[in-house]
Design a binder for this molecule. Structure first.
Ligand SMILES: C[S@@+](CC[C@H](N)C(=O)[O-])C[C@H]1O[C@@H](n2cnc3c(N)ncnc32)[C@H](O)[C@@H]1O
Length: 238
């Protein structure tokens, strides 16, 4: 299954994450017609992917950025998917979703992660699951050529740090593990280096995809680019 043509074809991050997301989803027992929230949906990449993968699911994608929501609406994902402008700090749904995706959405400075995670916890149905992905703290700028880039506006996660935030938010950990190891990280670093050079980009991308394929075959790494977690509701703060 591929990403919709508009996204993903030249995006290394989602391609690197895809096998891990697929594996995580395959391990979940979702109801036949799951209700899915894409929290901080951005341009709708994961909603668009999962609309195909979960043919009876209904989707609500929310994002604080109205331009993102318009872009999602323009994807034409059909009546099963709708998108709304919403600040996740104001999410008020309760028990409404069987699956919540929180994909690289709440790690930015100034965001109240524990508060948002608490809102996501309360928005989950009792048997619902939160699929979380965020950047690891270890590899924010791992390559020499990245020293000249501005520091990202986030600090990234450690496994212990995410565990603690999730616990305080009333979530129960099912798994939390680093994903996308050194080869995937290298692919991402090279893709960033050639971002402004379209011809070079097309030339190196097959090589980068090969790196991603190899990376996905490696066992879980301690140092990795992303942290993937699956959480259930039901912790003490609910
Ligand atoms: C890095 S993008 C990830 C988008 C998408 N989840 C993906 O993986 O492609 C982060 C998204 O989170 C959204 N976001 C940031 N703060 C938010 C907030 N307080 N409430 C809702 N969305 C927010 C941004 O507008 C942006 O679209």
């Amino acid at each position: 299954m591929s990403f919709p043509p508009r996204f993903g074809t030249l995006q290394i991050s989602p391609r690197a994450l895809k096998p891990h997301v697929d594996r995580a989803l395959a391990g979940l027992r979702l109801p036949p017609a799951p209700r899915v929230l894409d929290a901080g949906c951005g341009h709708g990449l994961w909603s668009a992917y999962l609309v195909r993968r979960l043919p009876r699911a209904s989707f609500l994608g929310v994002d604080i950025d109205a331009a993102c929501v318009s872009a999602c609406a323009a994807l034409g994902l059909g009546s099963r998917a709708r998108f709304e402008v919403l600040d996740l700090h104001r999410l008020e749904k309760r028990g409404a979703f069987d699956l919540i995706l929180c994909m690289n959405s709440i790690h930015y400075r100034g965001m109240e992660e524990v508060e948002i995670l608490g809102r996501l916890a309360r928005a989950l149905a009792p048997a619902g699951r939160l699929l979380f992905v965020g950047p690891m703290a270890t590899d924010l700028q791992p390559f020499p050529w990245e020293r000249f880039r501005p520091r990202p506006d986030y600090d990234g996660y450690t496994v212990e740090g995410l565990r603690e935030k999730a616990r305080r938010a009333g979530l129960v950990e099912i798994l939390a593990r680093p994903v996308v190891g050194p080869l995937g990280t290298l692919a991402k670093g090279i893709s960033r280096a050639v971002q402004g050079a379209p011809i070079l980009k097309f030339l190196v991308y097959p090589f980068l995809y090969a790196l991603l394929l190899l990376d996905a075959l490696l066992p879980a790494q301690d140092r990795a680019y992303y942290l993937l977690g699956i959480f259930a509701p039901g912790g003490e703060s609910r």
